[in-house]
Design a protein around this ligand. Structure first.
Ligand SMILES: [Zn+2]
Length: 615
């Protein structure tokens, strides 16, 4: 399965904007009186000197929602003077509204629409309004600033329904049962930290010196904060070991779980969003508990690892990106590709993914990357705000992750050949940079590769020039061979099959029934109830796993199944028939790999020869 997971990070602004004036924005949002699925926002802006002003709600400033227009997202837009008289205005761009007689502006009022059911928008970027139940305030989908007046402090007043809790890293002050208040020095500081309003379900614990807070809202009510505690705590312990340190004192997970079949979610528009010391999730509930746990862990690991990059390690251009200067750093391959790779590497190293699941993830990434044209990661990254490149944005996660993996294998191999070199893996390289750079000490975009070359070798220069800057096909075989893995773009193979039938649980009668039964060599008949596979009783909790013995049997392995047919027990036995099949993008561990290759694979996956995990 290939999910289109968005794991966008919010550019963060560490510039200390000095606010010299007592002027500020005051924003009031009313969640108590939604109307037609919309909520009302009132903005009281600072005093404007110029005759014209432009009010910006920067919904289009992020990848993925570049096509949307502000006028589709808000309604009944009005600008009023102190006496309540309307002031003329006009939509002038995808996210801007020009206002005349600007010195007279007293307030700007409008209603924001729910956009969470729209397909093809990143759910983390839009207003999510479910009247009376939950509200996700992605601030930049709700309110903005006047051009040239972005550097003022913001006061946010939220009128919330009684009993609602605002989960956010924003540090909300609860003024009374129905009013929350937040203050930030700038707009940029505000939008880093979305708020989820709902009835509270929270938990917290400590990992090292970092306090972890988890807030959960589940549309069906099935997912709980306690469940997320069980899911995330062991993962965070592993990440804590992988990183030399967690650079924040407090980290918030704000998690929203949708019902399974909501349209944009079913369409793959879900994921996580990193916002400095917190991350925000919109994820579907899955029936399969194991898959669900893995999905949450995978995305949470990715978002949490953004603490390394771009939170800690990033370029000047990332630091200074603004709404008007749409020039991105050329190092998205680092922020997204390396992060995605490290999250998968952590999961396999600490047992959250099995080795074969890890290879399956790699195979899916390779397959996904073939959907995109040949592209330079650095060029696409630098020009990501151009439409052509936005279309290729997702490939930064695929090709970017694959490049990070191959670079790691390249450095591990070189490290083995030259034990005197200080950099023997991608993690070594990152550790070096994490010690050198800091959130307020970014690296220079143009110098970063030169630094890598000076720490490594001319071969690394050639690697980066070909595969990170260049557009060449990635040399999977060359590097997988070094760790005892054969790689095939296309592999003719055989799998075992008993023929055509399906099995499903019948919850009412606590049994498992065969259906859609067609020709099969096992002798299954329609309506048979499954009791045992290979002499072991089948239970609800292991059904999903064990039914594969019948549906995807191993070649040449005899299987038997005890079924109940017309009140009598019948034992079915058989050996699966071989079926020809073409498998794509296959990684196959060599059965008789060289000793050095096995050792190198152990280094890569953090395993000793005896299979124990190196921590
Ligand atoms: Zn990401």
């Amino acid at each position: 399965m290939n999910w289109k997971i968005w794991t966008w990070w919010m550019p963060f602004w560490l510039l200390a904007f000095t606010s010299w004036a007592a002027e500020k924005y005051r924003i009031e949002i009313d969640l108590q009186h939604p109307k037609d699925g919309m909520v009302e926002v009132v903005v009281y802006p600072p005093k404007v000197e110029e005759e014209f002003a432009t009010f910006i709600i920067p919904i289009t400033a992020y990848g993925g929602s570049g096509e949307s227009k502000l006028e589709h997202w808000i309604s009944d837009f009005r600008v009023l003077d102190k006496a309540g008289r309307p002031i003329p205005h006009q939509y002038i761009s995808n996210n801007g509204i020009a206002i005349k007689y600007a010195p007279h502006i007293h307030e700007i009022r409008y209603w924001v629409k729910d956009a969470s059911r729209l397909a093809n928008v990143y759910q983390s970027h839009v207003a999510n309004i479910r009247p009376g139940r939950s509200y996700i305030l992605n601030h930049h989908g709700f309110y903005g600033f006047l051009m040239q007046y972005a550097q003022y402090p913001y006061e946010l007043v939220v009128h919330k329904p009684n009993g609602f809790y605002g989960a956010s890293a924003l540090g909300l002050e609860v003024l009374n049962d129905t009013t929350d208040y937040a203050y930030t020095d700038t707009y940029f500081e505000l939008i880093e930290k979305p708020i989820l309003y709902a009835k509270p379900d929270t938990t917290s614990f400590k990992i090292g010196h970092t306090a972890i807070h988890i807030s959960v809202y589940s549309e069906s009510g099935k997912v709980t904060a306690l469940q997320m505690d069980y899911t995330l705590r062991p993962l965070l312990k592993a990440l804590d070991q992988l990183m030399p340190f967690i650079p924040v004192e407090r980290y918030d997970f704000v998690m929203y779980f949708t019902k399974r079949n909501r349209y944009p979610i079913a369409n793959g528009q879900y994921g996580g969003l990193m916002c400095s010391s917190s991350s925000f999730y919109i994820l579907p509930e899955l029936y399969d508990a194991r898959k669900f746990k893995k999905l949450v862990q995978r995305i949470a690991a990715h978002e949490f690892l953004h603490l390394l990059s771009p939170y800690w390690l990033h370029s000047e251009r990332t630091q200074h990106i603004g709404f008007s200067s749409l020039q991105m750093s050329e190092h998205l391959w680092l922020y997204e590709g390396v992060t995605e790779y490290l999250s998968l590497l952590t999961m396999v190293r600490y047992g959250f993914l099995s080795e074969s699941e890890f290879y399956e993830e790699i195979s899916q990434k390779i397959e996904a990357s073939t959907d995109y044209p040949k592209m330079s990661l650095t060029h696409t990254s630098e020009h990501i705000f151009q439409r052509r490149n936005q279309e290729n944005y997702q490939n930064i996660y695929y090709r970017g992750m694959l490049v990070a993996m191959l670079l790691d294998l390249h450095l591990i191999t070189e490290g083995q050949q030259h034990p005197d070199r200080p950099i023997k893996s991608l993690l070594d390289l990152l550790e070096h940079f994490l010690a050198k750079y800091k959130p307020n000490r970014p690296f220079k975009d143009a110098d970063f590769f030169e630094e890598i070359y000076s720490l490594t070798s001319p071969a690394t220069r050639s690697f980066i020039e070909k595969y990170v800057i260049g557009r060449q096909d990635l040399p999977y075989n060359k590097y997988f061979k070094k760790v005892g893995i054969d790689y095939f773009d296309r592999l003719e193979t055989q799998y075992g099959s008993f023929g055509k039938f399906l099995i499903a649980p019948d919850y009412k009668h606590n049994t498992f029934v065969f259906y859609n039964v067609q020709r099969n060599s096992l002798g299954v008949q329609k309506g048979d109830q499954l009791l045992e596979i290979n002499r072991k009783q089948v239970k609800m909790k292991d059904f999903n796993e064990r039914r594969l013995l019948l549906l995807q049997p191993a070649l040449n392995w005899p299987v038997n199944a005890l079924v109940l047919r017309d009140g009598k027990e019948v034992l079915l036995e058989g050996i699966p028939d071989p079926v020809d099949y073409i498998d794509l993008f296959v990684l196959k561990v060599q059965k008789k790999a060289r000793k050095e290759a096995v050792e190198l694979r152990g280094k890569w996956l953090g395993r000793f020869d005896d299979g124990t995990i190196d921590d």
